[in-house]
Design a protein around this ligand. Structure first.
Ligand code: NZQ
Ligand code: ZN
Length: 391
């Protein structure tokens, strides 16, 4: 196990009706908040009214900024920064999914910074302060509700980049599984794929031995594999949603990468696809992960066989562990297919003619590699994108 320091300061308020606590939680941090949300799902579900009522009851003033798009944009972040400064806001409250939370985190980073907030995403500067962020989560998926990450797309050039900083761990996150009842099936599947991808990125590591965290990751994967079909079959299955929502947070709150170095190449490969084609993050991951797995299989066939056995229940024949490893990848594809996801980029409308452009952007024209389990440069990225295009 590698040495590590682990600290996750996000307060989780979990359960039925938990959103009624938002006024109280916000008041402990600030007297005025920015209420930040997406394209309208929280208005249609009635959540917006409940949040406003709770803030008012707690005597917390608020200004609003809606309109965050999936794959959130820098332009709206800058509007949010200007609004927070003008209104002297003390807390950015994100009500929505990963996109809204990431946009809120970007605003929180930008308010105290005199330069361009994109500097934190391009790697030009490191953040040193941020406004506090609070969240009410409406979709189990990105894990941003308890993560150090924020992923933003710059419209000019279509660059989707992440900033990671402990400063943007949310101060509190409210998780009410009932808020997910209104999700459409495609978003449920995208979310499940993203949660599983966060687990797989951590699973494929060269750190040794990591038995305890392997077991935790396997258990979390099995939980998602069990719960996702249940919520798809019965949209108001609270118990299944509760499992899925908490698994989604644990998958990405950094507990499961303690003592190990995760891979993350597939996430980087996917961000280029989302930036160019606007596809949902989880959908892009499902279309890429099986190909990344086949490409990197030889790095550690035993690890691929182990996950096939422990997560998918497939038998390992000692003389032919590669067979189990490959069957495990096929089982993952079968599961994602069964919940409506495409496991090839061709299913998302990606075309061969933009592969080179994505690989160039990913690797800064071949100058940079991504991934830790296996290093991926421009040529390898082109191979993985091409494999993922084929049936
Ligand atoms: O915008 P609204 O109207 O709210 O609709 C959203 C959106 O269209 C809808 N939705 C959310 N909750 C709903 C609902 N519809 C009905 N009922 C509900 N309860 O779902 C759509 C997708 O929302 P979005 O926030 O984009 O989804 P997700 O949570 O998957 O977030 C994706 C973003 O997170 C980033 C991704 O790259 C992507 O940009 N990630 C952030 C990470 C982090 N900060 O740690 C890590 C992840 O790996 C990921 O990269
Ligand atoms: Zn992700």
């Amino acid at each position: 196990m590698d040495n590590f320091v682990f600290r996750n300061p996000t307060k989780i308020v979990f359960g039925r009706g938990a959103e009624s606590k938002v006024g109280e939680e916000a008041r402990a941090v600030a007297s005025k908040v920015l209420l930040h949300f997406g394209g309208g799902s929280i208005k249609r579900s009635g959540l917006h009214d409940k949040v406003v009522a709770s803030l008012k009851a707690a005597g917390v003033a608020y200004v609003e900024l809606g309109g965050v798009e999936p794959n959130p944009r820098l332009g709206l972040v800058k509007e949010g920064i200007a609004l927070c400064r003008k209104e002297k806001v003390g807390l950015v409250l994100a009500v929505g999914g990963g996109s809204v939370i990431d946009s809120a985190k970007a605003i929180a980073l930008g308010v105290p910074y005199s330069g361009d907030v994109w500097d934190f995403y391009s790697g030009k500067a490191e953040p040193t302060e941020a406004l506090p962020v609070g969240t009410i989560l409406t979709i189990p998926a990105a894990g941003s509700e308890a993560s150090t990450g924020s992923v933003i797309t710059k419209e000019e050039g279509l660059y989707k980049r992440a900033c990671n900083s402990e400063l943007i761990y949310p101060h509190f996150s409210i998780l009410d599984p009932e808020l997910a009842f209104t999700l459409p099936p495609d978003q449920i599947a995208n979310g499940a794929a993203d949660i599983m991808a966060h687990l797989l990125e951590r699973y494929f590591t060269n750190s040794r031995p990591v038995e305890f965290t392997d077991r935790l990751i396997e258990a979390t994967l099995r939980t998602v594999i069990d719960a996702a079909p249940r919520v798809l079959a019965k949209r108001d299955d609270y118990d299944a949603w509760a499992e899925l929502m908490w698994a989604g947070t644990i998958a990405h709150n950094n507990l499961l990468n303690t003592g190990r170095v995760g891979d993350w190449a597939t996430h980087d490969l996917e961000h280029e696809v989302s930036a160019v084609y606007g596809v949902a993050h989880g959908a892009g991951l499902a279309a890429l992960f099986p190909s990344w797995m086949r490409f990197t299989l030889k790095q550690d066939v035993a690890r691929f066989a182990q996950i096939a056995n422990r997560v998918w229940g497939l038998e390992i024949v000692p003389r032919d562990i590669e067979r189990a490893a490959l069957r495990g990848i096929a089982a993952l594809e079968g599961f994602w297919g069964s919940i409506g996801l495409s496991v090839r980029l061709s299913g998302l409308g990606v075309k061969e003619d933009r592969i080179r452009e994505m690989a160039d952007k990913l690797t800064e024209n071949g100058k940079r590699q991504v991934g830790n389990f296996v290093k991926i440069g421009r040529d390898e990225a082109i191979k993985i994108y091409t494999m993922a295009l084929r049936d």
